[in-house]
Design a protein around this ligand. Structure first.
Ligand code: ASP
Length: 656
């Protein structure tokens, strides 16, 4: 034990706060929550109760009755009434000096409140008000913002933001969902929750990693980008069903709604012979989260292209809509299509030859009656909305425009292959429509394609116009609130490898080095059995046993069957991906595979994104207590910080 040195003579810089400070530690604990009383006002009328919380509104002091408002942990608030005869002079003095957001314990009687609209509400006639801790002017100045837009409170006061109902509710839903997910895995599917280390090893897995220096020269840990390798090693450790709510770290571009640390619902199963076995468990988890956790029904797309509600989880077969990568890209131009909306593309390659041979597929997206006041909405054509070329977008304003393609044939952009009438019949364009067309590669590595981007813009621009009808036993429902409808789908059959993108970034068309490959997801994904031989003959043509879980255009999760044969895994590292030091990087995994590791497969769900969807937010910051800002800074504790030269030296780090 380290000895604690007691200083015999102490000279303080400030004086010890007065003994009365101890009063803050001695108070009456709440007997009820505001919610409890809200639910049954009659039961509590004229009863004494104690509430603990924060002063939600500045006290209004009047000659007879004075008012304030308390908010408790439910995020709900109730009016406090102070009357000299019931509250007593002493408490009056306290409330006079009160500041909004101070914490307090309030005793009083539940009274009916007079309301203008006649609704039943209550207030608390205060008999005892105790301040438990003062607040300060900063909090008082922010009072208005707190009531209108709590997310706009200064980020270094995140704790004030979090006190608002929005964040209290969001984080409570998050907690409820993690509980539901745990019980679904453990109780319904016999999984074991296992924690894996956060101090991991530097190994390439896609994104840039965070390094952790040690006090040994040039020795580093790395924070895990995901528990991928540990969970595969667990499969070699005799566990057949593993899951965890895992913290993961990626040192990536934070501009999109991303965080450098985030949470995954991570799972892995061994002795599985098909991807469906993993997908069935995941469908149950997702079904529970939406249906039970959030009481939001889930939908799938039926063979007629309509949405139907998923009434039950099925233990024997997958039910979510399944589409291949190629289908997703050729119909919707993206590997995570929002299936609430239809708007599928039409392939025009039978009618036109594209003059750019590397991008031979010509396809169109028609927005029926999409012209707004005779014009094309600007968002659909604004170059800023496209990272490469934008599609040609044509408004069909008069009958002659139905032959929109003639102009492009004249300009030499397209060459006509078929009869004009055949094209007209195929597209059946009318005055009032918008036609957008673009080109793509046979296997579209561009993702989204230009037309895919156009479709996304059209969906958000027209506010629910293109949604699929919901099919019920009573008929079709065309009009509904799409933000309350969740469509679950799987995207499968991805190319196992991509050629390396060697474009500068500002050209209209991307260029690829087809002799250098990258894993589309990660190097541990198994090839589709029928494509096995392509691994040595034409790796780019091989498809992987990868599956993405997509809900409403958001990639909620992804996973795969894994390579469990050490020799095959080595071949992929060495021969296909050209990783020369694969032994040093992945030797631990190859060793674990080579000791009888069973066949296995798994998946990870982005838990923050899932929670954001459930609470109806587009930002994961709304469901994370202490998110970093877009520069990776935690504004509350002000990290990262610099450290002393002396400390750096211990870690063998030199600052430049
Ligand atoms: N580890 C993968 C990821 O983080 C998911 C998986 O394949 O299970 O994306």
């Amino acid at each position: 034990m380290k000895q604690i040195l007691v200083r015999s003579f102490i000279r303080f810089k400030s004086s010890l706060p007065p003994l009365s400070t101890l009063e803050k530690f001695n108070f009456r604990v709440s007997t009820h929550t505001i919610n409890q009383v809200n639910e049954n006002i009659d039961e509590y009328l004229n009863q004494p109760i104690v509430l603990n919380g924060h002063l939600n509104r500045k006290p209004r002091l009047m000659a007879k009755n004075s008012f304030a408002e308390i908010r408790d942990s439910s995020g709900n608030s109730v009016q406090l009434i102070f009357r000299p005869e019931s509250t007593g002079e002493k408490h009056f003095q306290t409330i006079e000096s009160s500041m909004v957001e101070e914490s307090c314990s309030v005793e009083g009687l539940v009274k009916l409140k007079e309301t203008r609209d006649g609704s039943k509400q209550w207030e608390l006639l205060v008999t005892n008000y105790q301040r438990l801790n003062e607040s300060n002017l900063d909090a008082a100045r922010l009072e208005n913002l707190k009531h209108t837009n709590p997310q706009d409170l200064p980020p270094h006061f995140r704790y004030l933001q979090l006190r608002s109902k929005k964040y209290q509710d969001n984080l409570k839903i998050r907690s409820k969902l993690s509980n539901l997910i745990r019980s679904t895995f453990i109780e319904s599917h016999d999984f074991t929750e296992i924690e894996t280390p956060l101090l991991f090893k530097s190994t390439p897995e896609g994104a840039r990693e965070f390094l952790v220096p040690t006090r040994s020269s040039n020795l580093f840990y790395a924070l895990p980008q995901s528990p991928q390798q540990y969970k595969q090693i667990l499969m070699s450790s005799g566990f057949t069903r593993y899951f965890q709510l895992a913290k993961c770290f990626r040192d990536e571009d934070l501009r999109a709604d991303r965080q450098p640390e985030f949470t995954q619902v991570d799972l892995e199963m061994s002795f599985v012979s098909s991807s469906d076995q993993v997908q069935i468990v995941v469908e149950d988890v997702i079904y529970q989260v939406f249906n039970k956790g959030a009481e939001l029904p889930m939908y799938i797309v039926n063979e007629k292209g309509n949405l139907i509600e998923l009434k039950n989880f099925n233990n024997d077969k997958t039910q979510f809509t399944k589409l291949t990568y190629q289908d997703a890209l050729s119909k919707y131009g993206i590997d995570k299509p929002d299936l609430r909306f239809d708007l599928a593309f039409k392939n025009l390659s039978a009618y036109f030859t594209n003059n750019n041979e590397d991008f031979p597929i010509v396809e169109a997206c028609v927005l029926k009656q999409g012209l707004v006041d005779g014009k094309i909405p600007k968002a659909l054509t604004d170059s800023l909305n496209y990272n490469r070329r934008k599609p040609f977008v044509i408004g069909i304003k008069k009958p002659a425009d139905i032959k929109w393609y003639r102009k492009f044939v004249e300009k030499g952009i397209l060459t006509l292959r078929g009869e004009e009438t055949a094209i007209d019949n195929f597209l059946s364009v009318e005055v009032g429509d918008i036609v957008a067309f673009s080109d793509r590669m046979e296997i579209p590595y561009e993702n989204p394609t230009p037309l895919g981007k156009f479709r996304q813009l059209a969906i958000s621009e027209y506010d629910n116009k293109w949604q699929r009808p919901i099919e019920t036993s009573e008929g079709l429902i065309d009009e509904y609130d799409a933000s309350k409808v969740f469509v679950g789908s799987w995207v499968v059959d991805f190319p196992l490898f991509n050629p390396t993108d060697v474009s500068n970034g500002d050209e209209a068309y991307p260029s690829y080095d087809k002799s250098n490959f990258e894993s589309t997801h990660h190097p541990f994904t198994m090839v589709k059995t029928e494509d096995y031989k392509k691994l040595s003959s034409d790796p780019l043509a091989a498809h992987g046993e990868h599956y993405d879980l997509v809900v409403n255009g958001v990639e909620v999760g992804g996973g795969s069957r894994r390579v469990h044969d050490a020799k095959l895994q080595q071949f992929i590292f060495e021969e296909i991906l050209g990783i020369e030091n694969y032994r040093q990087l992945f030797g631990h995994l190859l060793d674990a595979l080579s000791m009888g590791c069973p066949p296995h497969a798994g998946l990870a769900i982005g838990f923050d994104r899932l929670c954001a969807m459930v609470v109806g937010s587009s930002s994961i910051r709304d469901v994370i207590a202490f998110p970093k800002n877009q520069s990776g800074v935690d504004m509350v504790v002000e990290s990262p910080t610099s450290v002393d030269e002396k400390v750096l030296k211990e870690y063998f780090i030199k600052s430049l």
